[in-house]
Design a protein around this ligand. Structure first.
Ligand code: FAD
Length: 456
């Protein structure tokens, strides 16, 4: 088989790259993905972290990539879910976001957007600024779990009309200059190769980079806790933003702490990985709890001589798992402040009933480095000034919550690696962390290819 462009990964980065190339040139394009086509993507357990049922995880893999089976929330800002301003100027970054959004709209995303520039949002921004917190107002489009697969289906159909070939249920084993080698040893000859393997293919991509001699560097990770409070505490900020994001620099260490993934009237859930347990949160349309939860995460960046943030993060979460006896830890904020372990008896004195019952009452200060605990305590105190009640002694903290990042590949402004004609895009190569930015990096890499061909 022979194509001008071979794209590894049918996630947003790969599909938007194919869109750009197919619409602006006559280059032949093949998109290869180990996962299934949209209709075949069904997860039997709906728990992508724990599941070992399928050899290929339908939540993470297949046409549309990770998130096709999720709620598909489009953050319409260039600096959320990655940072396009690292690659292009502000004007181009905003144009890219609008372009990505217009393509999602063209294929059936709903017209309605949740605006981030309301007077209420501006007021919250002012209030937050007065206590040294940055509130990030975001305009968001919510595709929705039921509609996301349909949008992706329309998108793929249109790409096929533009002669883009899809090779599905096909794992790429290796890549050499101008060659993609499939698991069944077939070879696809391509002038240009674009790697867009997503989080699920990040380890594969890292090893590939080592073989090809492409420099990569670890990205920062985020470690912290999931905070659970009565829903009425969060009601006023949820009225302003459905997923309010606050950025805080702590006084003692000047560390960056952020809120992430707010689940109003949601549930804290356990995530089981191979060597540790963590926590996350979710909310359900048909089942509401009395509580709200959100992640409070401390950014960790390491410098020489230890740069492997993943190994460091693993050591923290494994320690927490040992202390929790294989379950996440739960602690009242008041107990953490007093330097004592929580017990179920103490937790029962709170006016908040935990939604994750299997957690082990314990002492988060024994599981996490002092610096992280100090950052969490200081960030909660600051947040309390704009969300009164969030730092009450009854507030529940669950640990550990961790967000790993893929190693970032070295690229030039065309998203080409030092190996000529091998381009990269998306989450799996450390260039993005969300749908819109992943799609935008795919477009930028595609434009890099078109520029090399002299088409643009
Ligand atoms: C459950 C869940 C919910 C999410 N919800 C949101 C949200 O609401 N909003 C948001 O902005 N972001 C969300 N995200 C994140 C978002 O999905 C990702 O940022 C985005 O999909 C990354 O796009 P990508 O193209 O880089 O990679 P992916 O979407 O991960 O796609 C990569 C593709 O490459 C394929 N692949 C990898 N290696 C190989 C190989 N060797 N051979 C063949 N194929 C390979 C994979 O099968 C996969 O289909 C969510 C993620 C998950 C997991």
């Amino acid at each position: 088989m022979k194509f001008d462009v071979g794209i590894v990964g049918a996630g947003p980065a790969g599909m938007f790259a194919a869109y750009e190339i197919a619409n602006k040139s006559k280059l032949s394009v093949v998109v290869i993905d180990q996962g299934y086509d949209v209709e075949k993507r069904v997860c039997p357990v709906q728990n992508y972290k724990k599941c070992t049922k399928c050899s290929i995880c339908s939540i993470m893999s297949g046409v549309g990539g990770a998130g096709t089976l999720s709620s598909g929330l489009l953050n319409l800002r260039p600096d959320i879910g990655g940072n396009l301003l690292e690659f292009v100027d502000e004007n181009e970054a905003n144009n890219l976001v609008n372009y990505v959004d217009s393509i999602f709209l063209k294929y059936g995303a709903p017209e309605h957007v949740f605006r981030g520039d309301t007077e209420e949002a501006m007021e919250l921004q002012r209030k937050a600024a007065s206590v040294g917190i940055k509130f990030i107002p975001i305009t968001q489009r919510h595709i929705g779990t039921d509609r996301a697969p349909l949008v992706i289906k329309n998108f793929k159909k249109d790409l096929e009309k533009l002669n883009v070939k899809f090779l599905l249920e096909t794992k790429v084993e290796d890549v050499r200059k101008n060659q993609i080698i499939l698991e069944d040893h077939r070879i696809i000859e391509c002038k240009y190769i674009l790697l867009a393997p997503g989080r699920v293919g990040a380890d594969w991509a890292k090893k590939l980079a080592q073989r090809l001699g492409i420099p990569t560097k670890p990205e920062p990770i985020d470690v912290g806790v999931r905070v659970e409070v009565p829903a009425f505490v969060m009601d006023p900020v949820i009225a302003v933003s459905r997923d309010p994001k606050f950025h805080i620099y702590t006084d003692t260490y000047d560390d960056f702490v952020r809120t992430f993934c707010v689940n109003h009237r949601g549930f804290v859930v356990k995530e089981v990985y191979d060597s540790f347990v963590g926590v996350n949160g979710h909310s359900m349309a048909g089942k509401l709890s009395e509580n709200s939860n959100f992640a409070l995460l401390v950014r960790i960046t390491l410098t020489e001589p230890v740069e492997d943030t993943t190994a460091y993060g693993m050591s923290i979460v494994q320690q927490a798992t040992i202390l929790g006896g294989g379950e996440p830890l739960i602690q009242r904020l008041g107990d953490l402040r007093m330097g004592r372990r929580s017990t179920w008896n103490r937790i029962s004195h709170s006016h908040i009933v935990p939604t994750l019952k299997s957690a082990t009452p314990g002492d988060i200060a024994m599981a996490m480095p002092h610096r992280i605990v100090s950052d969490i305590l200081e960030a909660l105190e600051k947040l309390d000034e704009i969300i009164p009640g969030v730092a009450s002694s009854s507030t529940l903290l669950y640990a550990p919550e961790i967000k790993f990042s893929a190693n970032r590949f070295q690229v030039n402004k065309n998203f080409e690696t030092p190996v000529e004609n091998i381009f990269v895009a998306g989450d799996g190569v450390g260039l993005s962390r969300g749908l819109v930015c992943a799609a935008a990096t795919g477009i930028l890499a595609a434009r890099g290819i078109l520029r090399k061909e002299g088409i643009i």
